[in-house]
Design a protein around this ligand. Structure first.
Ligand code: PHE
Length: 456
């Protein structure tokens, strides 16, 4: 690793930065709405399985690939001998995913800024009118992107690590508080039942694809982000325990977010399958229902949600930016501004797709039998769902079959002494991990993709 590249200062800092990337709108905005669209409890069950069986092995894979090569996503593939095909399907696609998701992620984060302001001024009367007004959504989106760029300019240890270490624990606490309020609303138990009782007849190919997509979205797996952060990780740090912490924290926040939203959805008589608007319609009602202090809790909550989005969006800029810094020798400043401004421009149709522009609002596509309407929802389904799953598949096939998997395995074991030690017989976590990356992950992801596309 060259001396000029950034490095994380401590294990806690790395975990917080990676968890900061993982915990974001994906947990609090996306998870509940996807649960709602996929029938509730059964989805939650499949989701947790996806995290443990597919997500975790892939986290280890990405972080190790990054630390092994000490390079950004493109560099990591190049440095391990990838040919054009793997470069495009693994690395370039990952870069595109980060960039295009950032473009609409910033729009949603912009809404959270609107809600912070509204807790004091009441200028948002209802969500639909708010998001259809370009005079609100575009400037809020712009402010969020500038904040993202500003932190990325601060570099790795100074900007990203410092911000995450303080903000992540506070977010956790606030989610907990709002959850308690939601659980004590009238009729809350209906929501809990919907959320936690699995109806297995609801599981089909498209539910599993959504669960996989959501797991990768939420864990920040399949975007090159963990390759990039892994490249800033010192060799003596333990990838196995850090990865497990990241997966655990991310899943805990998502599961708590569900417990925060669904009791309120049922108590206020909202439709759980509402889609991308769900959380923004429900949360203000929870705050209004608080006997005292609703505004303060509401404002702090949206502030924290915005910050959680920031610790994620900075990592999305970091993927393309680190490529420009390492491979194209651009300055950090030029890279961050260029990526940030371009993502803002590409995000404008998403910002206008909440009613401001007829065309962007009503356009729709049929994605393997599921209709997605509106530019933002289409981007989310394609880049935030389908393409991440494809990149994740390519990455595990690449490490498992194309490059030397033993090198990656050895990298995971560096700093994690227990990884090579047998558990039973000669079955060690290392052997298990290799089996998952070579067989289980590609097979499951591949089959789910094929069945959703309708081939099997
Ligand atoms: N995991 C983040 C979230 O859940 C999104 C994200 C993905 C951020 C990939 C960075 C990279 O909101």
């Amino acid at each position: 690793m060259s001396a000029s590249r950034g490095q994380f200062g401590s294990k806690f800092g790395f975990i917080m930065a990676a968890a900061g990337s993982a915990v974001g709108l994906g947990n609090i905005w996306r998870f509940p709405y996807v649960v709602g669209q996929n029938g509730g409890g059964a989805f939650v069950f499949v989701y947790v399985l996806c995290v443990i069986l597919i997500g975790l092995p892939l986290i280890y894979n990405e972080v190790a690939l990054g630390r092994l090569t000490g390079r950004n996503t493109i560099g990591a593939f190049k440095g391990t001998g990838a040919n054009k095909f793997w470069m495009i399907t693994g690395a370039v696609l990952a870069l595109c995913v980060s960039f295009f998701v950032l473009s609409y992620y910033g729009v949603i984060a912009g809404w959270t800024i609107g809600y912070i302001v509204s807790e004091f001024t009441d200028f948002i009367k209802n969500f639909e009118t708010f998001r259809s007004a370009p005079v609100y959504v575009i400037p809020f989106f712009g402010v969020f992107m500038i904040a993202t760029i500003a932190i990325v300019l601060g570099g790795v240890a100074g900007g990203i690590e410092k911000a995450s270490k303080i903000l992540m624990p506070v977010l956790f606490l606030l989610v907990f508080l709002v959850m308690l309020r939601s659980l004590t609303l009238d009729g809350a138990m209906e929501g809990v039942k919907y959320y936690l009782t699995p109806d297995f007849s609801k599981i089909n190919g498209s539910v599993i694809l959504s669960a996989l997509g959501q797991a990768f979205f939420s864990l920040s797996v399949g975007w090159g982000i963990l390759i990039t952060y892994g490249s800033y990780l010192p060799k003596d740090q333990n990838i196995v325990s850090s990865g497990a912490w990241i997966g655990f924290m991310d899943t805990a926040v998502a599961l708590l977010a569900g417990l925060m939203i669904f009791p309120a959805v049922f108590s206020f008589g909202k439709n759980p399958a509402e889609g991308t608007a769900l959380v923004f319609q429900v949360l203000p009602d929870i705050f209004n229902s608080m006997p005292t202090g609703g505004r303060i809790v509401g404002a702090s909550f949206f502030l924290l949600l915005c910050v959680a989005a920031l610790t994620s969006s900075i990592s999305m800029i970091e993927v393309p930016a680190s490529y420009l810094i390492d491979e194209k020798k651009w300055s950090r400043k030029k890279s961050a501004w260029t990526v940030g401004i371009l993502a803002f421009l590409v995000g404008i149709p998403s910002a206008l797709s909440g009613g401001a522009s007829e065309m962007f609002t009503t356009m729709s596509i049929n994605l393997f039998g599921v209709i997605k309407t509106g530019f933002l929802d289409i981007m989310d389904a394609l880049f935030g769902g389908l393409f991440i799953v494809i990149v994740a598949l390519m990455t595990c096939v690449y490490t498992g079959w194309i490059m030397d998997i033993n090198k990656v395995a050895a990298e995971i074991g560096t700093g994690a002494p227990g990884f090579q030690k047998p558990l039973i017989g000669n079955l060690s976590p290392l052997v298990l991990w290799k089996f998952f990356i070579r067989f289980v992950c590609p097979l499951v992801i591949g089959l789910v993709l094929l069945s959703t596309i309708g081939i099997i």
